[in-house]
Design a protein around this ligand. Sequence first.
Ligand SMILES: Cc1ncc(COP(=O)(O)O)c(C=O)c1O
Length: 454
Amino acid sequence: MAMISIVAMDKKDCNGNTKLESNFAVMEPYDKYFALRRRRLAKIMTEFQEYLTERATHLLGYPLNLNFNHLMDLSPLLLFHINNVGDPFKESAYGLHSKEFEVEVLDWFAQLWEMEKDESWGYVTNGGTEGNLQGLLLGHLCKNNCTLQERAAADGILYTSRESHYSIFKAARMYRMECKMIGTLMTGEIDCDDLRAQLVLNKDKPAIINVNIGTTFKGAIDNLDLVIKTLEVCGFSDDRFYIHCDAALYGLITPFLGQAPKLTFKKPIGSVSVSAHKLLGSSMPSGIHMTRKKYVGVLSRNIEYLATVDATITGSRNGHAPIFIWYGLNIKGYKGIQEDVNKCLIRARYLRDGLRNAGISTMLNEFSIIVIFERPLDHEFIRHWQLSCVGNMAHIVVMPHVTIEMLDDFLDGLVRKRSVWYRHGSVQPPCLADEMGISNCSCLDHGKGLLDGN
Ligand SMILES: Cc1ncc(COP(=O)(O)O)c(C=O)c1O
């Protein structure tokens, strides 16, 4: 058990968020205490590693794959500052880069999403958020036919479902785009009737649409084909809309499912963003942004002192990340990723069935690895398993490192705790019919209302 704690459990700020309390103040390495100081640093690092190990074995609520031991092979690269500043397809004056690996990673994703190599452009990002910011900026500028300088005059409207990731709304604020929040179905996917109603009211303005290939909380996949059809029905020709696909987690899941709707550049989409540290797994955040080459010109600028072209959100770019992704793809291949995806789907159903059999409200969307269920009452239990919660719901993302043993351990603990929380009947499990549908709700009115052992 780790001796250090970096989070103070009971201290909240004025917004009710838990404050971070650190034991790691930076101290001056005075010469006469140098040896002592080095021993102290080593001790802190050992304890921090123990803390991380414990936390890693109890990570259920967030979409990170913690199985990446193969990346230890790359540890010698930590001795180098690898920086892919600028366009991945252009040389720069800075020689310690990994752009050769980056373009091969991009080629792999171009093939996955069916785009010709010479028609695609992209880069390895810092994660799904950066890919979203880049994709929506391209959509904003391209569909308004304007440059960064002229964008104040842009009148395109961003349409996205209310269950979209917060980075989409942040992009709207950053780029000062008018944003229409579209309603969702019970599954969490975009309601195309509502989308149509909004589009017809704004026919004269270009439409920039964010399509969720897996929402953050419910893992709902927006119906891309229906979104395209809705645009057509409302009279939007290809040149008056831009579709960005936020495929942070499911971008590496849906291609490996036979029946899932296809994400492909053969459809009229403008860009895709996926996180690489999610399904693929990595010790550092990273992702892939991909678009059509014809769009990127609006952002490209020659930077003389770097002898390269800038077209990316950030300047300096992590040069280790493309190598980590490249290595992971080489080690796993399509077959390995397919196996991971199948394993996650089977275990997600196992968890859903376990919850349901214990009389707990739960929901699992088709093609999804995110199991939603009734929020546990105990904050310590939520912290222990690092569950993600919204309102009366919690979720578990069944990633490749989540074993059946972890799920059994979690289920046993939850069932035991619930029998205490709800023992006297003064507090009842919440009704989740509105959030999950009556058939998934086990509250006293809609379900068996069963409490294990009662
Ligand atoms: C749908 C969706 N989009 C974007 C993101 C952001 O990805 P990242 O954390 O890699 O920036 C997430 C993260 O969970 C997500 O679920």
